[in-house]
Design a binder for this molecule. Structure first.
Ligand SMILES: *Cc1c(COP(=O)(O)O)cnc(C)c1O
Length: 343
């Protein structure tokens, strides 16, 4: 069975198990920042991300939900793309913040600087707003934000006194796609959330980064939301080991996704799937039932997930071998033939 349900299903990177064992042999820590691995993880990421401060939280959902509370009073407008994770998958959590969803037009999941300018121009004095970016954009096939957009949007928003948050759950994949340092993809944003369990293979955890004062306030919200996990030596040590060498480990995921997209288009017809920019492939079953297709495909040895009624996601990760790409494409073709819908 080849499991493509998510890119959090890759193997634990080398060094993770040993790091956890070493942490388990130490006395546990209790307070925020007391554990040496937690402190080192924060220091190392702070340097790599080019930010003042970082806090380690259990999930990227929590990092995002903290960010809304940091930047937006109740009733303020959360300006995002229609299919942003924060207003789709996280809709129920976001509703609890009291944010008013303000959907803006997007380009393959990304808000352009001119769209953001036009939005800011429409705000009335006293209106509270938060501009929300997502890179890569999950429901847009893992698309990468155009290089210059987020620093430009940051500058426009700063001039207007409006905060910008980046949901960078898969920012690692964007950094590899654009051969850019992580810090450049965060520049201009007030806060960013980044998953450590997707793509780079930590067993769990995400970070929220930003200014010292934003992160101090974020720690209070983390605790209020039940994310004051402790003693966290083991998870911090594991995450720290996963961050080491991430870029080299990630490079093949996008190449495999491209090869798989080509193989699918060759077998099922041109433009069956979009050419992926990163590690995610979406297969549309315009007349089909995605849930039934996922089941059929599992019988052919490939596990995937349905996102919505007609879309299936295939996530490439470090647990897939390049030699398996052809077998995956063949399984999808067999499943498509089986459900009587050729493309
Ligand atoms: C997965 C994901 C999240 C949430 O991450 P969890 O750690 O599962 O809560 C947030 N944003 C995006 C874009 C994601 O893909």
């Amino acid at each position: 069975m080849i499991d493509l349900r998510s890119d959090l299903l890759g193997p634990r990177p080398p060094g993770v198990a040993a790091a956890v064992r070493a942490a388990a042999a130490r006395a546990p820590a209790m307070e925020y920042g007391e554990d040496p691995d937690e402190r080192a993880l924060m220091d190392e990421l702070q340097a790599e991300l080019g930010v003042e401060a970082v806090v380690f939280v259990p999930t990227c959902t929590m990092a995002n939900q903290i960010a809304i509370r940091l930047h937006l009073p109740q009733g303020g407008q959360l300006a995002s793309a229609a299919r942003a994770h924060v207003v789709t998958v996280e809709a129920r959590a976001t509703a609890l913040t009291g944010a008013a969803p303000g959907v803006l037009p997007d380009n393959n999941g990304h808000l352009s600087p001119s769209t953001v300018s036009a939005f800011l121009a429409r705000l009335e004095p006293g209106d509270a707003a938060l501009v929300w970016l997502e890179n890569t954009h999950m429901l847009s096939g893992g698309s990468v934000m155009p290089r210059r957009w987020q620093p430009e949007i940051g500058a426009i928003c700063r001039a207007a006194g409006v905060a910008v948050h980046l949901d960078g759950s898969r920012l690692w994949n964007a950094a590899v796609a654009q051969d850019a340092p992580m810090s450049r993809l965060i520049a201009g944003c007030d806060t960013a959330a980044i998953s450590l369990n997707k793509a780079i293979g930590a067993p769990l955890g995400s970070v929220l980064c930003g200014s010292r004062s934003a992160v101090d306030e974020a720690v209070r919200w983390r605790d209020a939301l039940g994310g004051g996990w402790r003693p966290l030596g083991g998870v911090a040590a594991a995450a720290r080991a996963a961050v080491k060498g991430w870029r080299d480990r990630l490079a093949t995921d996008a190449a495999m996704a491209r090869a798989l997209a080509e193989a699918l288009n060759a077998r099922l017809g041109e433009a069956t799937v979009q050419t992926p920019e990163t590690n995610l492939i979406f297969l549309d079953r315009p007349r089909g039932d995605a849930v039934a297709f996922v089941e059929t495909l599992a019988h052919h040895g490939v596990r995937t997930i349905a996102l919505g009624r007609t879309r299936i996601r295939l996530a490439l990760h470090g647990g897939v071998r390049e030699g398996e790409v052809a077998a995956i494409a063949a399984a999808v073709e067999a499943a498509a033939a089986g459900d009587g819908q050729a493309s």
